[in-house]
Ligand binder design. Structure first.
Ligand SMILES: *Cc1c(COP(=O)(O)O)cnc(C)c1O
Length: 402
């Protein structure tokens, strides 16, 4: 049954991105509140027993239980769908809940998945440990080369899974080529778009079938809540994903949905400003350290590709400081303003050492294969004045003799 969102999609889909991020999905209650209401309720009541029966058999629209529907969560889902240019969206309790649901809901024993090797640490656990446990074979490739995707396809290949830019090596995957190949072979492409968000990059415009999010990152944008989302066709979301999420329960709480709704209102502003700040900080670091990997700078080997599919490069990049783990840790310890934290997408600038934190579980060999060396650091550039950030990095670099 089609959901009543209280808004006409024919109108909202024509709004420009910044308008969508503030206005789409709004469902006002009888009080006419300006800001979205927070519905902290697990259940719903019915005027009569026949109405309850009609809701359960799908004849009547409306809510039945908050594992299945909640007005605040539904406002967020509609907003993300409209921003993405997707037919439908389902929110989840975290980004990993979104990735797990997007993959497991459509796979079964005997299926095969091809994934890019440069993935978020837990996404690699899905491809390397979870899926094989259930008889789903996975092949992990260097996704930067389209030939690798083509060669990895078997008659059983059902899904391509990748993120771009990838965490933390900033590998860029050619959305158009990989999604076109998937379409041509009847394979479903699943893109983790957490880094760029639909403000900077809309994979569906390049032919992606499913776009999944950690909304914990830029969408909340202020480091407050965990949240996730899966976008796709009405058919995929309603017929395939919904049965999985309804019955397994990775449901987003209404409170967290409300926080992300507020975050989306400023996403366009924040991500563009953070992207600009990251460019300034990147240009400074480029002069001071061995190497940086920033898709927005010409020194990145895939700069042109990145800029052909993204409106700006986003707030995150990595740097190589030389001297191994000790040097990298010393540099982090010398920071005064920038925090040591593995989170990203926050309005605060944060830095971490992927080899000993986010990608620790991957093991040394797999880390080196994708370029996560002991002297690599990752930075999320926030909304502070970039001059203060540069001064902090400057003193920290000097204190370790760089
Ligand atoms: C953070 C992140 C995830 C996981 O999201 P959570 O909200 O932490 O569960 C998945 N993919 C990418 C690219 C991420 O950055």
């Amino acid at each position: 049954m089609k959901r009543d969102t209280g808004q006409d999609r024919a109108i909202t889909k024509n709004w420009r991105p910044a308008t969508k991020a503030i206005r789409s999905g709004t469902m006002r209650s009888e009080f006419g509140e300006t800001s979205e209401a927070l519905f902290l309720t697990s259940g719903y009541t019915y005027d009569c027993a026949e109405d309850a029966a009609a809701r359960f058999n799908g004849e009547q629209s409306g809510m039945t239980y908050s594992r299945l529907q909640n007005p605040t969560v539904q406002m967020l889902e509609e907003r993300i769908a409209v921003m993405e240019g997707a037919e439908a969206c389902r929110a989840t309790a975290s980004g990993m809940a979104a990735m797990t649901a997007a993959l497991l809901c459509q796979l079964e024993a005997g299926d095969h998945v091809v994934a890019s090797r440069a993935l978020f640490g837990s996404c690699r656990w899905l491809t390397d440990s979870l899926l094989p446990k259930f008889g789903i074979e996975t092949t992990v490739i260097d996704g930067r080369d389209i030939d690798n995707w083509e060669q990895a396809i078997t008659p059983k290949t059902k899904v391509f899974f990748f993120e771009t830019p990838a965490n933390p090596t900033m590998d860029v995957i050619d959305l158009r080529s990989v999604c076109d190949l998937a379409r041509a072979k009847g394979i479903i492409s699943v893109v983790d778009n957490a880094f760029a968000t639909n403000v900077l990059q809309r994979p569906m415009e390049f032919g992606a079938d499913i776009v999944a999010y950690s909304a914990t990152k830029m969408m909340d944008g202020q480091g407050r809540v965990l949240a996730g989302a899966v976008c796709g066709t009405e058919e995929f979301i309603e017929e395939i994903l919904l049965a999985f999420t309804r019955n397994t329960g990775p449901t987003l709480s209404a409170f967290n949905a409300w926080v992300v709704l507020k975050g989306l209102e400023t996403l366009d502003l924040r991500i563009r400003k953070q992207s600009n700040n990251a460019l300034e900080v990147g240009k400074f670091l480029e002069q001071r350290v061995e190497k940086i990997l920033h898709p927005g700078l010409p020194s990145h080997p895939q700069h042109n590709l990145a800029m052909s599919q993204m409106e700006a490069a986003g707030p995150i990049f990595s740097l190589y400081v030389g001297g191994g783990r000790k040097q990298a840790h010393n540099l982090l310890n010398a920071l005064n303003l920038i925090d040591i934290s593995n989170n990203i997408g926050d309005s605060r600038s944060l830095m971490c050492h992927p080899a000993s934190t986010t990608h620790h579980g991957l093991g040394e060999d797999a880390r080196l294969e994708i370029g996560i060396t002991e002297d690599m650091l990752r930075i999320n550039v926030g909304l502070e004045d970039p001059i203060d950030l540069i001064e902090d990095l400057d003193q920290a670099l000097s204190s370790v003799g760089l």
